[in-house]
Structure formats: structure tokens, C-alpha cells
Design a binder for this molecule. Structure first.
Ligand code: PLP
Length: 433
């Protein structure tokens, strides 16, 4: 590692709280990002990388997409900040209108209403509050391996105990967890579990990622969301789909719930919404939102200083236009098929007991095992570091981090995929040798 990166790492070590940036003492992790464009990222020593994470699935239309950047710049020069829930700006209304069109109008010929927030977990918390107000019930059903963010509300529904357990004594614990189904045969058992939960507890909502992201790119069987939808309808509860990760074309459709033919009552959106500005949205069917939230009498009961930030709204409008005009959701489906074929070929070469590929659109994963069947976390982490050294940015995911995940910008090209597969094949062959 050269001098510039050293200085940054040293400053972080001294002035950023512990337990935020992971710093490997041998200098192999992290790199210090300086700039990015499309698929490419440069570190502050001028080294170039191909980014197969889209920076947590945010840069869907490519890093620093020129039309999104220009929209943000124009807005910054004009109005940098407005008064969230008090004196609005026009773009907030335009974006709420656009989100309604893209979600409930397109999918169910109904109007959608939005609460804007800043990050993904806040959109989840706005949805949880909505469900509580709309149903008067206190409990939520969530899924094992779910990730909904780490705010004190969302954390109740995030599965991993290393995130939750340090705070368990303080947070409320209003969620019950049920297994996330992997195959069709799991659905009957799930139905029974859900029935038991509804019998035992005062459940107002089921919160679910239609395809689990950080929990390991877990793809449920067809019929899963329909089952949840039917159970919710039967019991007068709300179905909340957390599409913070899967939204805006990541899985080859605008929203992953479309693969299952289900329109939820509430959608949580974030990440790719703006392509890089912290803005998120809880979008609910208008009748649900109106049932939950009373007319304001002067003081919003759920708001924040930066709600509906004008720069975020301008970037979101540009990002949605970009995704739409370049057919990026369709492109995601097409490139995803090609990518998955390559991963399958690679897995065949290395042995299916070792490498198990899966994915939908450009949300792909390769799960790694040792020959005795144990999760190969060491190999996943080692290969991630080796590929970083070779010029590819990747992340391991799942618990215990034995899954390599691939969520590149939806603009990724065939040649990028070919390059990655070649380097990945070599790294895995050496790791398993
Ligand atoms: C499905 C899902 N929901 C919520 C979140 C939380 O979003 P944020 O980190 O922006 O709060 C994430 C983040 O990865 C996510 O994947």
C-alpha cells in the first residue's frame, strides 16, 4: 500500500469509531476509493478495478452516470436543501408521482403514496410504523437470514444475531422469525408456521425480501409470495416487500416481487433509487397509507430534517429515466443469464460439491464449500482479497460469509464478465489445489 492510502487508513484508525471500517493489518483490505465511472473504480494510488458490487447495488446505471450527476449538479446550484415536511419543493411531488406510476399504478392500477426517508432501514421503519397504524397490531413476522438494516426498529426484523444480540436487552423484539423457504416442499411447513404465528400473536404485517440479498442471495420457490399474500389477506395483515436491494431492475424486472406475480401492500425502496445519494422511500397502496396516517394538523408524526432531499429527488428522477430509457431491467435479465451460464460452467469445472451458483438477473452468487461439505468461508474471503489484488471488487456474503456475491452495475458488459470469470477460475483453482 502506498503513502496516500496509508494516511487515510491511519486517520480512520485514529478518528473513526472502532468497528466501522475493517482494516486488515497486512494492508490487503481495504483500498481507498478515489473516483469511479461506469464499471470502473480507481483507488488513490491510481490502480483501476472492475466493480462487481455496484457499491452495495447502488450504482445500477453505472458509477457517476453523467446524466444523474448533471441532474444532481443542476439541483445543487439551484436549491441544496428545502424544508422536508414543511415547505416542499416541486421535485419531491414529481418523484412521489413517478414512484406511484412505477409501482402500484403499473402493477395494480391503484395509486401509491410515498414517505421519503434517507437510508434503506428508515424506509423499512416507515413501513413498520404504517403497518402498526393501519392494523393496530404490534407484531411482525420476518424471516431467518433476513437483512432489513440496523436502525433500532429495523434491527428487530434483521436475522443475524451478531447484529442483534449486543442490543437485545434494549430493543423491543416485536418480530417473530420463520424459515425462508428454498424449495417448493418448504411451503407447506411455512404455511403451518404462519398459521400458528397468527393464532398465537397479534400480527399486523409480514416483512420479506422477495429474494434475500445480504443473507446469501436466497431465491425462494415460485408460490412463496402468493402464499404470504394469501395469508395476509386472510388475517387482515399487510405484506411489506423490502426491495431496497432487489428494486429498480437488479433481478431483471423493475421489482423482484414481479417475478412472483404479487403486488405487496407496501414496498421499501432505496439503494439504486438515486444511483448514489442517500434517499429511500416507503411506497404503499394509497388506501393503506390513508388508513394508517391521519391528515397532518401541522406537525408530521414521522419525518426527518432531510426528508425528500431536493438533490436526491433530482438524481432519482434522472436515474429512473436512465434505467427506463436504456431498458436496464431487461438488460439485467439478459446479462444475468449469460453471467449465470458462465458461473455454472465454472462450477462444473471445479466440482458442484465445491461451488454452487445461483442468481436472478444481475443478483448472482457462488456458494463455496470444502470437500467435507463445510462452508468454505476461508476460501471465499481469500478469493475476494486475491481478486481485489487482481483488480476486481467483490464481496462475500451470507453467514458464515462463504458466498461470493455479484451485483455489478446493470450496464456491465460481456467482456467484463469474461475477465472476471477468468480471474475467478484461476483464483478458485489455486485455492482448492
Ligand atoms: C434488503 C435490505 N433492506 C434494507 C437495507 C438497509 O439499507 P441501508 O443500509 O441503506 O439502511 C439493506 C442494505 O443492504 C438491504 O439489503
Amino acid at each position: 500500500m502506498k503513502k496516500k492510502a496509508n494516511k487515510t487508513i491511519e486517520q480512520l484508525r485514529r478518528f473513526e469509531s472502532r468497528n466501522v471500517t475493517f482494516i486488515e493489518p497486512d494492508g490487503s483490505w481495504p483500498i481507498v476509493w478515489e473516483r469511479a465511472k461506469g464499471m470502473r473504480v480507481w483507488d488513490d494510488d491510481g490502480r483501476e478495478y472492475l466493480d462487481f458490487t455496484a457499491a452495495f447495488a447502488v450504482a445500477a446505471a453505472g458509477h457517476a452516470n453523467p446524466r444523474i450527476v448533471a441532474a444532481g449538479r443542476r439541483q445543487m446550484a439551484k436549491l441544496l436543501h428545502a424544508m422536508g415536511d414543511v415547505h416542499p419543493h416541486a421535485l419531491k411531488a414529481e418523484l412521489a408521482r413517478e414512484l406511484s406510476r412505477l409501482t402500484f399504478e403499473r402493477l395494480a392500477k391503484r395509486i401509491g403514496k410515498t414517505i421519503f426517508c434517507n437510508s434503506g432501514f428508515e424506509a423499512v421503519e416507515a413501513a413498520l410504523k404504517t403497518a402498526h397504524l393501519a392494523t393496530g397490531r404490534t407484531r411482525v413476522i420476518a424471516f431467518e437470514d433476513a437483512y432489513h438494516g440496523l436502525g433500532y426498529g429495523a434491527l428487530n426484523a434483521t436475522w443475524r444475531s451478531d447484529f442483534r444480540s449486543p442490543f437485545r436487552r434494549q430493543i423491543g423484539g416485536f418480530a417473530s422469525f420463520v424459515p425462508f423457504p428454498r424449495v417448493r416442499a418448504d411451503l407447506a411447513k411455512l404455511e403451518q408456521r404462519l398459521a400458528a404465528e397468527f393464532r398465537k400473536r397479534n400480527v399486523g404485517a409480514i416483512l420479506v425480501e422477495p429474494i434475500q440479498g445480504r443473507g446469501g442471495t436466497n431465491i425462494p420457490p415460485p408460490g412463496f409470495l402468493k402464499l404470504l399474500h394469501n395469508v395476509c389477506n386472510k388475517h387482515g395483515a399487510l405484506l411489506i416487500c423490502d426491495e431496497v436491494y432487489t428494486g429498480f431492475g437488479r433481478t431483471g424486472r423493475w421489482f423482484a416481487s414481479e417475478h412472483f406475480g404479487v403486488t405487496p401492500d407496501i414496498l421499501c425502496l432505496g439503494k439504486a433509487l438515486t444511483g448514489g445519494f442517500p434517499l429511500s422511500a416507503c411506497v404503499g397502496r394509497a388506501d393503506v397509507m390513508d388508513r394508517a396516517w391521519p391528515e397532518s394538523t401541522g406537525e408530521a408524526i414521522h419525518t426527518s430534517t432531510f426528508l425528500g432531499h431536493p438533490v436526491g429527488c433530482a438524481m432519482a428522477m434522472a436515474s429512473l429515466r436512465e434505467l427506463d430509457s436504456r431498458n436496464l431491467p431487461e438488460r439485467s435479465a439478459e446479462m444475468g443469464r449469460l453471467f449465470l451460464d458462465e458461473l455454472r460452467r465454472l462450477a462444473k469445472r471445479l466440482g458442484r460439491g465445491r461451488c454452487q451458483p445461483r442468481g436472478v438477473g444481475l443478483m448472482l452468487a457462488l456458494e463455496l464449500f470444502h470437500d467435507d461439505g463445510a462452508p468454505a468461508t476461508d476460501i471465499a474471503v481469500g478469493v475476494t482479497k486475491r481478486l481485489l489484488h487482481d483488480g476486481f471488487i467483490l464481496l462475500p456474503e451470507g453467514d458464515p460469509a462463504n458466498i461470493l456475491s455479484f451485483t455489478p452495475p446493470l450496464t456491465v458488459g460481456k467482456s467484463h464478465i469474461t475477465k472476471l470469470i477468468r480471474a475467478l477460475g484461476q483464483a478458485l483453482e489455486e485455492a482448492y489445489a
